[in-house]
Design a protein around this ligand. Structure first.
Ligand code: SAH
Length: 221
């Protein structure tokens, strides 16, 4: 891992400004904002983007994927209503930033990535950061993680036409799935499993995510 993990006063100052801007955009959950203020986002980006790490924007992380915009991370995390010790499944590990925020909120995180290159890189980074409550898997998210189900919460960080039944099946009763639904742009949905076969859907704002894709993409040798 080439990126030196150095967090200076400059970085901290930039982080405070980012968090202030999220507050102005309507993020009200102070515990989420303080987790974001505490986590150096530049650790999750290539050195070339270091100067930009504290802008409220998505950036490339390789393999044609992006780290989510901080506002989106705050928004999805708020909808998930994470409680300490919640067992959370994330689909789309990407840079690992969202998984790390969930871990800082006290969740036990299981995160799945279909791109082997990203999986390997992010797993190493999270280990280096001492994030022991995040477990990384190189899997196809369409299948979820049946051997660890049920989950209290499931978070999908890639856009998909509809919530896969496999993921709904892996929710605990009372559990919630937060997922961006749609092909070109996506509407954020929160689906609560209210009974064995009963689900309640709530719809929120629109976002634009990279696509949820089936199958695994092996690292090129
Ligand atoms: N949560 C990430 C966002 C990454 S973008 C972060 O904080 O950086 C979405 C990620 O979902 C991409 O890395 C993409 O490869 C992954 N993805 C897309 N379809 C997937 C699938 N079926 N299974 C697992 N991961 C998937």
């Amino acid at each position: 891992m080439a990126t030196p993990l150095e967090d200076t006063y400059w970085h901290k100052g930039m982080r405070r400004k980012l968090v202030d801007s999220l507050r102005r955009k309507g993020v009200k959950e102070e515990h989420i904002l303080s987790a974001m203020e505490g986590l150096p986002r530049h650790f999750f980006l290539e050195k070339a983007f270091e100067e930009k790490a504290y802008e409220d924007m998505a950036f490339p992380i390789g393999c044609e994927q992006t780290i989510s915009q901080p506002y989106t991370v705050a928004y999805q995390t708020a909808l998930l209503e994470v409680q300490k010790r919640d067992k959370v499944l994330e689909i789309g590990t990407g840079s690992g930033y969202q998984a790390a925020i969930l871990a800082l909120l006290g969740a036990r995180v299981y995160t799945i990535e279909r791109q082997e290159t990203l999986y390997l890189k992010t797993k190493a980074l999270l280990l280096k950061l001492g994030m022991r409550s995040v477990r990384c898997f190189f899997r196809d998210g369409t299948k979820g993680l049946p051997e660890f189900a049920p989950f209290d919460k499931i978070l999908v960080t890639a856009g998909i036409d509809r919530a896969p039944q496999t993921l709904l099946d892996q929710l605990a009763i009372g559990g919630m799935l937060v997922i961006p639904v749609g092909s070109d742009v996506q509407r954020m949905e929160r689906i609560t499993r209210v009974g064995e076969k009963d689900y309640r859907t709530e719809r929120f704002d629109q976002f634009k995510f990279v696509p949820f894709l089936p199958g695994l993409k092996k690292k090129e040798e």
